[in-house]
Ligand binder design. Structure first.
Ligand code: PLP
Length: 408
């Protein structure tokens, strides 16, 4: 009998393997260009007014477990944001503050999933969705975002899947990401309406991870699940990591806007979980309250960051589009592109080998698609400067040309 629990193996992701290889290469003196992590703080500064609010919290000795009055201020700021942006009525009790969306995902599974329960996860998925579900002994029912339909949800396929399940095997929740990591898709209002209809019909809780809801390009229209799910239990996830460029603050929100019996039970269940870990980072809560309330400053800072990100995405798309050994779809939001590799035309047996060879030979670190549930894809994070991106992307193109089966 091993010392580790069975569930520990689900905490080990593809990312850990990739990191080990990158660390080995770095130790051997290889210079690595990292296009692998979606952390905007590596290339953009967290806005000064947010940093100042954090410092001010420290100076006011806000260094203890957070007091409920301070958390309440943050909840009020979140409620106001949803009113302002999506005309949603969210009362303060409908907001639960977490240590990032990561912790929110963990507690959602802790609250909802018994051994053998299932949940719908769409491929390609954000890797933690599956890891947390599995750690809670849940089963994934996979559905897909359809690449041929600009990575939107394939509703027919989803319905067919649900219709085929016995009533007692229906999933507890259905978890989607809009805007999406890794594809950069934004789900349309119509698709979200259909998802809500299906959730209602099959008695499944729809959950929407909307952590990139302000990182939108070219006037892309975004609809929050909350705008179309009025009257049915649903959950929205968001946080400070991306929109406020504050990944290390570790602030996330769970929003459960409705007051029906099920929604109230879930809120209660989650509230019990969050009490067990005592507190969320106190000065960060204070700073994020300021970030949410100072709307005009936020808009200014966000616009600057967005302009840059959008031009970097354009550049990445342009350079990768020159590569005839991959197919790439232009994203509408977030920081990512998720190209498909024409693996049959290259000398690699799969996407894993493609990614590891790219890292070893060209020193470019992208994440392989397998971690997102897709074979023969890779994810590029398009946050680095234009100079770094141009160099790295040209290396990817060169790498493909140098490794064709025909040897051309
Ligand atoms: N959800 C998605 C879709 C993400 O891409 C990420 C981070 O990359 C997270 C959640 C994690 O968010 P947090 O930093 O709030 O834990």
């Amino acid at each position: 009998m091993g010392i580790l629990s069975d569930r520990s193996r689900f905490a080990r992701t593809v990312m850990a393997e990739e990191s080990k290889l990158a660390a080995d290469l770095t130790r051997k003196g290889k210079k690595i260009i990292r296009l692998n992590t979606g952390d905007p703080t590596r290339y953009f500064k967290t806005p000064r007014y947010i940093i100042d609010a954090y410092i001010s919290a420290l100076k006011k000795n806000m260094t203890g477990y957070s007091r409920s009055a301070d958390t309440l201020r943050l909840k009020e700021a979140v409620s106001k944001r949803y009113k302002r942006m999506y005309s949603m009525d969210v009362d303060d009790d409908s907001v639960i503050v977490t240590n990032g969306v990561s912790e929110a995902l963990f507690y959602i599974n802790s609250s909802l999933i018994n051994r053998g329960d299932s949940a719908v996860i769409f491929k390609p998925y954000y890797p933690q969705y599956l890891a947390y579900l599995m750690m809670h002994s849940g089963n994934a029912i996979f559905s897909i975002y359809n690449e041929k339909d600009d990575w939107s949800i394939d509703i027919d396929r989803l319905e067919r899947k649900l219709k085929g399940l016995p009533r007692n095997k229906l999933p507890k929740y259905m978890l989607m990401t809009t805007p999406n990591n890794p594809t950069g898709t934004v789900l349309s209002r119509q698709i979200l309406r259909e998802i809500v209809g299906i959730s209602n019909e099959y008695d499944i809780i729809p959950i929407s991870d909307e952590i990139y809801d302000e990182i939108l390009f070219k006037k892309t229209k975004f609809t929050s699940l909350g705008e179309v799910a009025k009257g049915i239990p649903h959950i929205i996830l968001n946080g400070a990591s991306k929109n406020f460029n504050a990944t290390g603050f570790r602030i996330g929100f769970i929003i459960i806007p409705e007051h029906d019996r099920k929604s109230m039970q879930i809120k209660d269940g989650l509230s019990n979980y969050v009490i067990t870990r005592l507190s969320v980072n106190t000065p960060a809560q204070y700073a994020v309250t300021e970030a949410l309330n100072n709307v005009s400053q936020h808009k200014k800072e966000l616009l600057m960051m967005l302009k840059e990100i959008e031009s970097r995405i354009e550049l990445t798309f342009e350079i990768l589009s020159e590569n005839r050994y991959i197919d790439v779809i232009k994203p509408h939001a977030a920081f990512y592109l998720f190209p498909k590799i024409h693996i049959n035309e290259l000398r690699f047996k799969n996407g894993t080998e493609f990614m590891t060879e790219l890292l070893k030979k060209k020193g470019v670190w992208v994440r392989e698609g397998y971690g997102f549930g897709m074979k023969d894809y890779f994810r590029v994070v398009s946050l680095a400067t234009e100079e770094i991106l141009t160099d790295a992307l040209n290396r990817i193109n060169e790498f493909c040309k140098e490794n064709t089966k025909r040897g051309s």
